[in-house]
Design a binder for this molecule. Structure first.
Ligand code: NAP
Length: 249
């Protein structure tokens, strides 16, 4: 059988990189999108290749419509038909209260976390939808449990953007449910990655650890497992749904 292709946005580090590695182990050829950290992207590609998989790195800013369009055209020409998309890119800005948040920050958060999902999914649906001649596919959006908690005092903007990702997931899932495309989400929390440093608190997971019912932070690989399950045929009747990966919190 021909190898399936998956595109993972923000696949160079953290949850995206763990998802890329697991996807390759499950037989996908993997398009690893990244913003600027070419070394990290190539490290993930090299790891996959050393383990017998196929992967390629694609630099593109998914908050830019022009770059998103070019990214999908590169996937078309270098990897062929796209079967799966993981909208994984998400950014945090330094912790602060809403009353201190400026407009430029809010635009960055919503462009990176929400509008990028719309634009990448649009490109994927144009290729995957059976109504447009495609052969179907699956999309997983990486949201956050912050969509449920609101993240007061830290980053309500980020939390609200993830709430929008959840609503987007529900709406898109229903819109394309009879067009061969399933759309689901994962809502992680407290995963050991670099994102907490960009929020100004690199050790955030360890600070919170005792309040997590499992008394530990999560590993990117534990999120990757849920993402790959939602993309797989084992989840063939699941769409517009979410898996929370939060150690019980
Ligand atoms: P991370 O470690 O900070 O990794 C971010 C990744 O996104 C990198 O690969 C980075 O590329 C890429 N990226 C950033 N901006 C981009 C852009 N404009 N265009 C293309 N790529 C871009 O993040 P993470 O913690 O793995 O988070 C992944 C997702 O999980 C996010 O949506 C986040 O909100 C969500 N999440 C994480 C946690 C957690 O505890 N870690 C909890 C809940 C939800 P470069 O390497 O080139 O910079």
């Amino acid at each position: 059988m021909k190898q399936k292709t998956i595109l993972i946005t923000g696949g160079s580090r953290g949850i995206g990189a763990a998802t890329a590695v697991l996807a390759a182990a499950r037989g996908y050829q993997v398009g690893i999108n990244y913003l600027e950290n070419e070394i990290a992207a190539e490290r993930t590609v090299a790891f996959i290749k050393r383990n017998g998989g196929r992967a390629e790195a694609f630099a593109a800013d998914v908050s830019s419509e022009k770059e998103v369009v070019a990214l999908f055209e590169s996937i078309d020409s270098r990897m062929g038909y796209l079967h799966a998309l993981v909208n994984n890119v998400g950014i945090l800005e330094p912790q602060m209260r809403v009353e201190a948040m400026g407009g430029e920050r809010l635009q960055r958060i919503f462009y990176h976390n929400v509008i990028s999902c719309f634009m990448c999914s649009r490109e994927a649906i144009r290729r995957m939808s059976t109504k447009r001649g495609g052969a179907g596919g699956a999309i997983v959006n990486v949201s956050s449990i912050a969509a449920r908690t609101g993240a007061p005092g830290e980053y309500v903007d980020y939390a609200a953007s993830k709430g929008a990702v959840d609503t987007f997931t529900l709406g898109l899932a229903k819109e394309v449910a009879d067009e061969g495309v399933r759309v689901n989400g994962v809502r992680p929390a407290f995963i050991y990655t670099d994102i907490h440093a960009s929020g100004g608190e690199p050790d955030r997971v360890d600070r919170i650890r005792e309040s997590i019912p499992m008394k530990r932070g999560g590993k990117p690989e534990e999120v990757a497992q849920a993402i790959l399950w939602l993309l797989s045929g084992e989840a063939s009747y699941s769409t517009g749904t979410f898996i929370d990966i939060t150690g019980g919190r």
